[in-house]
Ligand binder design. Structure first.
Ligand code: HEC
Ligand code: HEC
Ligand code: HEC
Ligand code: HEC
Ligand code: HEC
Ligand code: HEC
Ligand code: HEC
Ligand code: HEC
Ligand code: HEC
Ligand code: HEC
Length: 367
């Protein structure tokens, strides 16, 4: 009889997963008929009324039904009222939870928190809680913080870590198919949100562009073809824009190799591309007729300006994710909010810029 009851409950709970909210209610009734308090159970609440505490928002179904014996066995001497040693058992084992619930440990990446046999009750209160689903803490981050030291405050912060369901936006708490318990492989996860424009508020109000779209552009940056985590952190960063290395978000900067405002780029590229001389093999952006390195000219020499703090940022011409034109060149730049068109064309051994910051200019390489 007992075995049948457990089987029935398992079936009903498995069904819960696939039914709509309305059907769920009638199944709960069905379940209520099957989870029953024994004669002994009926006495428990006389002395332990706090267990099915009605002031809590959520009561675990079997505790609410007074069916204490699914998890406790009391010997007669327990009813004496002084709880002698060993007079009542507490079953904390995950296997006991699994008699009613679907297994939580069957995916290949198992959360370390489920490693020990008594693990479920570290996070869930077996009786009742104010927070769904029977969590032991008021918030999810507080729950995770009981074991992890995860800091989310930094120079740049990330919306989904700070707001809403937080950790659960990206991680599954039990076991999953992907590294670090992520809902999807990291890049797919990032692009599940960054496949549209987002109004940012945390680190300066602005519209964050659709990153997915940039990755698909003709001038996609090959450096963004791998993981977003090559350049970004997920929780927070001491650099701008959650980057793994320093990066100035300003469009004009003084360039110095020691205090490089564009360090992020040079975790993969070589700063030799910005040397005034001996550059020939280091960059294709050069005018051999004038023996001029055009990367040096724009970025370091500030396009010949006296004021070297007017050095052009990489991002005026390139987008770190991808741009519409060849060599990852942008087609629009905004100067004080006004759009400036950049028309870039490839020519034999070089390129040409038309009607943009300056009149049409060409550069050619000799080899
Ligand atoms: C006559 C009163 C009384 C009844 C009835 C009673 N208990 Fe207890 N129970 C106690 C007392 C007293 C303690 C020890 C103090 C405490 O932990 O609250 C206790 C302790 C417990 C504990 C904690 C044991 C531990 O080792 O920490 C559990 C679990 C428990 N009871 C379950 C039950 C269950 C299940 C029932 C019904 C089958 C039940 N009790 C019936 C009085 C009672
Ligand atoms: C789903 C399993 C489950 C059910 C059902 C259940 N308990 Fe418990 N109970 C536990 C576990 C597990 C603990 C130990 C909690 C811990 O380690 O923090 C516990 C702890 C207790 C304690 C010790 C004090 C406390 O609150 O931690 C008492 C008393 C108790 N239960 C009484 C009851 C009574 C009375 C019922 C029925 C109304 C009941 N329990 C139903 C699993 C259950
Ligand atoms: C006797 C069967 C039974 C046992 C044993 C049992 N549960 Fe449950 N549990 C239920 C039922 C029934 C519900 C309510 C179903 C629902 O609303 O999805 C529930 C609900 C829950 C929920 C809330 C789900 C939600 O979506 O809000 C959690 C969490 C949970 N149980 C954890 C546990 C843990 C942890 C254990 C072991 C300590 C355990 N249960 C043991 C029957 C059981
Ligand atoms: C590290 C903390 C943690 C541990 C350990 C843990 N859970 Fe959970 N559990 C959660 C959180 C957080 C949620 C809410 C997930 C969500 O809303 O996406 C949850 C959700 C649930 C739910 C409801 C939704 C669902 O997935 O069915 C059940 C039932 C459940 N847990 C049972 C268990 C059982 C059984 C164990 C032990 C094998 C366990 N949990 C261990 C944190 C934990
Ligand atoms: C009861 C302790 C405990 C709680 C609570 C807990 N964890 Fe863990 N977590 C662990 C342990 C143990 C490991 C494995 C040790 C390690 O890899 O550092 C781990 C590892 C992880 C990992 C790395 C997995 C991997 O594959 O490298 C992630 C991600 C994680 N936890 C997220 C969470 C989130 C999110 C929460 C809150 C919902 C949470 N943890 C709550 C104990 C806990
Ligand atoms: C925007 C998605 C996202 C959110 C939200 C998020 N994480 Fe993570 N988390 C990640 C990614 C991606 C990694 C893997 C980082 C890596 O491998 O470099 C990770 C790694 C982890 C790890 C493994 C250790 C480490 O630092 O690499 C833990 C533990 C963890 N997260 C806990 C949490 C907790 C706790 C929260 C809530 C406060 C949270 N995460 C919120 C995406 C997220
Ligand atoms: C090669 C390094 C690199 C890679 C790889 C990369 N990013 Fe970025 N990302 C950057 C840089 C640099 C910035 C700052 C640009 C700026 O100053 O406007 C940035 C900014 C962002 C921003 C904020 C944009 C804004 O206007 O504020 C988002 C969102 C973003 N990246 C998402 C992603 C996603 C999602 C991926 C993976 C598909 C990814 N990034 C891969 C370097 C990279
Ligand atoms: C659940 C949705 C979601 C996921 C998943 C997500 N993001 Fe975000 N991201 C946002 C939102 C919303 C903002 C804007 C927050 C704000 O400023 O208000 C943001 C902002 C950013 C920013 C700009 C930070 C700044 O300095 O302002 C970067 C960079 C970024 N995300 C990268 C990533 C990367 C990399 C991943 C994958 C690890 C990722 N995002 C996953 C929603 C998401
Ligand atoms: C994770 C490594 C990585 C980082 C960081 C990185 N790149 Fe790249 N980048 C590449 C790779 C790989 C290529 C293709 C091979 C090459 O040209 O070196 C490339 C090529 C380029 C190209 C040439 C594209 C073409 O079609 O000719 C430009 C422009 C570029 N990167 C700009 C940047 C800028 C600007 C930054 C900093 C925001 C940056 N990169 C950071 C890996 C990276
Ligand atoms: C004034 C516009 C402009 C600026 C500013 C600029 N670039 Fe470029 N960059 C180009 C053009 C045009 C090319 C294509 C050269 C060719 O192959 O014809 C290019 C090519 C590249 C390449 C491919 C290899 C090479 O050197 O030819 C990389 C990598 C690169 N840029 C990185 C950067 C980085 C990093 C910055 C900032 C430190 C930067 N660029 C600033 C216009 C610019």
């Amino acid at each position: 009889m007992f075995k049948n009851k457990v089987w029935m409950i398992t079936l009903v709970i498995t069904l819960f997963g696939s039914v709509q909210a309305s059907g769920r209610e009638s199944l709960l009734k069905l379940l209520a008929n099957n989870i029953k308090a024994t004669a002994d159970d009926a006495m428990c609440l006389d002395c332990h009324s706090g267990v099915a505490d009605n002031t809590m928002n959520f009561i675990h179904y079997p505790a609410g039904a007074g069916a204490c014996s699914y998890c406790h066995t009391a010997k007669p001497e327990h009813f004496g009222g002084d709880n002698p040693q060993g007079s009542v058992s507490i079953n904390r084992k995950a296997e006991n939870c699994y008699t009613c619930h679907e297994r939580k440990d069957e995916n290949p990446v198992l959360h370390g928190a489920l490693a020990d046999v008594d693990s479920c009750v570290n996070c869930h209160n077996p009786h009742s809680s104010n927070v769904r689903p029977l969590l032991r803490t008021e918030t999810v981050p507080a729950l995770c913080s009981t074991c992890h030291d995860i800091s989310v405050q930094g120079k740049s912060q990330h919306g989904p870590v700070i707001n809403g369901q937080t950790c659960l936006n990206c991680h599954t708490p039990h076991s999953g198919k992907h590294q670090k318990l992520l809902h999807k492989p990291a890049k797919d996860l990032c692009l599940a949100c960054h496949n549209k424009e987002i109004q940012a508020t945390l680190n300066g109000a602005r519209t964050i562009p659709n990153i997915q779209k940039k990755l698909e552009m003709a001038g996609a940056h090959p450096g963004a073809a791998g993981s977003c985590l090559d350049c970004h952190k997920a929780h927070k960063s001491e650099n701008n824009r959650l980057l793994t290395s320093p990066w100035s978000v300003k469009t004009y900067n003084t360039y110095a190799e020691q205090e490089n405002p564009y360090s992020m780029c040079f975790t993969c590229h070589q700063t030799d591309m910005l040397k005034k001389t001996d550059f020939v093999s280091d960059t294709g952006f050069r005018n051999d007729t004038k023996k001029l390195n055009l990367h040096w000219f724009h970025v370091v020499d500030a396009a010949g300006s006296e004021d070297k703090s007017r050095g052009r940022s990489c991002k005026i011409c390139h987008d770190p994710h991808g741009a519409p034109q060849a060599h990852d060149v942008n087609n629009t730049w905004f100067m004080n909010g006004n759009p400036i068109k950049i028309e870039y064309q490839l020519i034999d051994n070089g390129g040409q810029c038309t009607k943009s910051c300056h009149a049409t200019r060409q550069y050619r390489r000799e080899n």
